[in-house]
Structure formats: structure tokens, C-alpha cells
Write a new protein. Sequence first.
Lengths: 263, 298
Amino acid sequence: MPEPIAPITGSSWIGFRTLLYKEVLRFWKVALQTVLAPVLTAVLFLLIFSHVLDRHVTVYGDIGYTTFLVPGLVMMSLLQNAFANSSSSLIQSKITGNIIFVLLPPISYREFYAAYVTASVLRGLFVGLGVWLVAIPFVDVPVEHPLWVVVFAVFGGAILGSLGVIAGIWADKFDQLSAFQNFLVMPLTMLSGVFYSIHSLPQLWQDVSHANPFFFMIDGFRYGFFGQSDVSPWLSLGVVSGCLVLLASLTLAMLARGYKLRN
Amino acid sequence: MNTPAIRIESLTKRYGALEALAGVSLVVEQGEFFGLLGPNGAGKTTLISALSGLVRPSAGTLAVMGHDVVSDYRNARMKLGVVPQELVFDPFFSVRELLRIQSGYFGISRNDAWIDEILASLDLLPKANANMRTLSGGMKRRVLVAQALVHRPPVIVLDEPTAGVDVELRQGLWKFIRKLNQDGHTIVLTTHYLEEAEAMCGRIAMLKAGRIVALDSTRALLRQFATHSLRVRLQRPELGVALGGVAESEDWIAFGFDACEDLEQLLARLRAAGAGIEEVQLGEADLERVFVEVMNRA
């Protein structure tokens, strides 16, 4: 019997890198839909709200409403698109069946998680950056603490990327995924203080807002721009880090068990 | 002694109350062309899925080239190429992009020379830069084969690779797969086309309701289970029936026999009885008859 062709051995790093590259390429090939469309939506929000409210509302003393609005819109777009990336990629792959091309190779569940979440963060950052760049000609937004901006952007994107992995794995049809998006992600984002400072709310709603982790993502992110926020940025960082650890652990546990992927 | 290409021991897979695989044990040696046959729902695809890590076994162990598919999954998967039954593809990419990506998943960053070789062997070079969505079903099937080969696995599993494929492509695929086997790759094949399994496979396992009900070389199975058949048109068919034949119509009687010597004796007895042989038809033993017989017995 002839000797079989020697198998090529390779490192898992290349597997992770390739899956990440594939996920980035996937959204980049349809960037009109995945990057430019959400940027346009955010800019429309900015134009309409700034037109209606800029002369009537100031926040943190002397910050104009339009200036206040920009970081919130950037973060909202970033979070929603980070979620959309991993969730839509996974459910499409599951429904079309091509998920097996990722499940057959020697890619570990940790590499799988890291690749999908990193791609989500990158899409979120692209969209967020796009919103910010488009807003620059209209409004001057200071960046007091760039490191806080980056940390909250990456952590927020990773949280929503993880949530997207959970939703993409859990959902069996697009309808279920849409419910996840419309009844969980969208309300939590909209009610997180994107469009207002929670100090403008009655005490009850201020307390309710503190139960919303999205509030801490956006408030901490906004601190990076203005050096001011509704709550301490350290508290926000603690809540956001805690949420990330919790969701990452849950997602990794699902993947390790092969929940709905390897059964 | 060589490590078996595939070793499966007491494999059980349960989905709730349903036992899809019930204690299957099987060894496939390196270099074999092995057939896995069974009716729909017998457990063939579940077995392949367990082997490739797509489902977790409820009990039992599986190893590819000596590597356990659960505890040493990286090495096991490096040594296994799977061509899935469903015609699945990623609509975002071209054929070449897809093969480069698939190579990367297996840890190979520069694989263009081998990818070109596979594309050429499967007549896919003209379509290398075409998007998957634009390919015909047959072309997509070839890409599936190409994807399974990017990491040069010594063991290749083909789950009904010719389902819904036209004759020309089917012949081309078999030629290519036979060449892979001649080069030393172990091939495991599931198919509903039993004549293909008979022509290609050296050894065959038949599954029914999650259990192996027959496992032997193709030749031995044909010898063991299938009798040749003789159909004769007789002037006096009642004499044929009296000699053990089965009346298929008014004057056609069918007999089963195992070896050529039996045929001579049978014809001699018919002549001696004065049955008046007018016409004779010989039927070869084939895997389809074996399959039906095994499934009916099990």
C-alpha cells in the first residue's frame, strides 16, 4: 500500500486569524449595508434631534445638546452593529448549513469565540468611527480622555458581540433573532441615555436606568469625550467589565458544550 | 501493524428517547475503500457526524489515525476530510477564496500550489474566481470535495457524494476518488447507489436502526448472502416448480443457485424431468439483492 500524503500540521493561531479574516471580509464585502447604512441612520438621528433640541437643551452645564448627542450615537451604532455582526453571521451559517466548514476544522471553541467577537468589535468600531467622522463637520466634540473612549468602545463591542454569538446560536430562525434584537437590544440601547442625561429623569427612572448595563457603557464612553458623566467612570468600568466577564463565560460555556452546534 | 484509519468502539448516540446509534464498533484500516450502507435513518450520517466532531457521542469512543475525536480533536480533525451530504456553500466568496479560507482553518496559510492542483484535478480552474452563487449544482459538489482535501487528509469521508449528480460528473468524481485511494488515502463512502458501492468498495458495513447488521468484504457479502439467479421459460412449468423453482409468470420459472456447478446440475435435472427448456436468462449476484436480504433478515 502506498504511503498516504503526509498531512500538513498547522498552528491554531492561523485558524483563529483566518476565521477572523473571513468574518471581517464577510461584512466588508457588503459594507454598504453593514457599515454605511448604520452611519447614515445615526447621522439622520443627529440632524433631526440637533435641529429640534439644540437651542433648548444643554447638558453638564455648558455642553450643547448636539455635542452631547454625538458620543451617544457613536456608541449606540457601535453596540447595535457589534450585535448584528456575530448574530447574523451565525444564524445565516446555521440556516444555510455552511457552519460545518468552521466546525469540521481543528478550531477550538475559544478561538471560535475570539474570532466572532473580535470581528463584531471591528465592525462596531468601523461604524462608530464612521458616525464620528461624519459628525465632525457639523459639531466640535472634544476628546478629553481617549483611553476611556477606546476601552469602553472595545468592551461594549465585545459585550454585544458575545450577546450576538449567544443569540445566533440560540435562535433557530430569523424571527427569533429579530425578537432578540427588537425586544432586548433596541430598548436597552434607546433607554440607556443616548439621547439624554439621566439626571433629567425623575428619580424612579434614574434608578431604573442604573439596572441597564447599556447605560454604563454609554456613560463611561461619554466620560472619555467630556470628562464628565452621570456616574463615576470607574463604576461604569466595573459594571461593564463584570458584564463582559459574565457574558463571555456564558458564551464560552455554551460553545464548550456544543449547544445547538455540535448536537 | 499500522494504526487503523478509523476505530470506533461501542458508539452510542441518543437524541432523547431515540437511539440513533446503538453500540456501533468498527475498524477501517489504512488504505481501504470502505462502504457504509443503510436505509434512510439507519444512522450513517450520525456516525459520520460523530467521527468528524459535528455531534458528541453519548457513549463510546472514536479515533482517526489513532487520535481520539474528543480528547485529541485537533489531530483527529487534521487527519480527516469530510464531504457533506448537503450542497452547502458560503455565498460571500469565490471558489479560490473559499479554499484559501478553508486551508487557513486547518492552520495552512500558504496553500495555493495544492489548491491549484485540486482545482485542476476537479476541472474547477476556469471557475476559480467565480462566486459560489454562480456555480451549477455539480460544480458546487466538486467544490465541496475540494474543501475536504485542502489539508491533505489521509482519511476522506464522502457522505452520498453523487446524490443528484449527472452521469458525467459522477464518473469524473469516481475517477478522482479512486485515484486518491490509489495514492493511499483511506476512503469511507456512504451512498444509496449500491452498484457504485459494489464497484468501488473493498469492504462494506450495513447499518440498520443504529446497528451494524453486516460487515465483510464486498466479495464475501456477495458470496454469503446473494445467490445467482436462473430464469427459464419451460414447456412444462409445473415441473420446474416441482424442482424448487418459483413461478414468476405462466411459463417463466426462477431458481436461485450459489455456484456454477449448481447451475449445471439444475439444468441437468430440468432436462431429465422433461421440462422442455425454451429460453434461459442468467442473473448476476449483486449488492442490491444482498442489501435487501440483509435488511429483511435483520
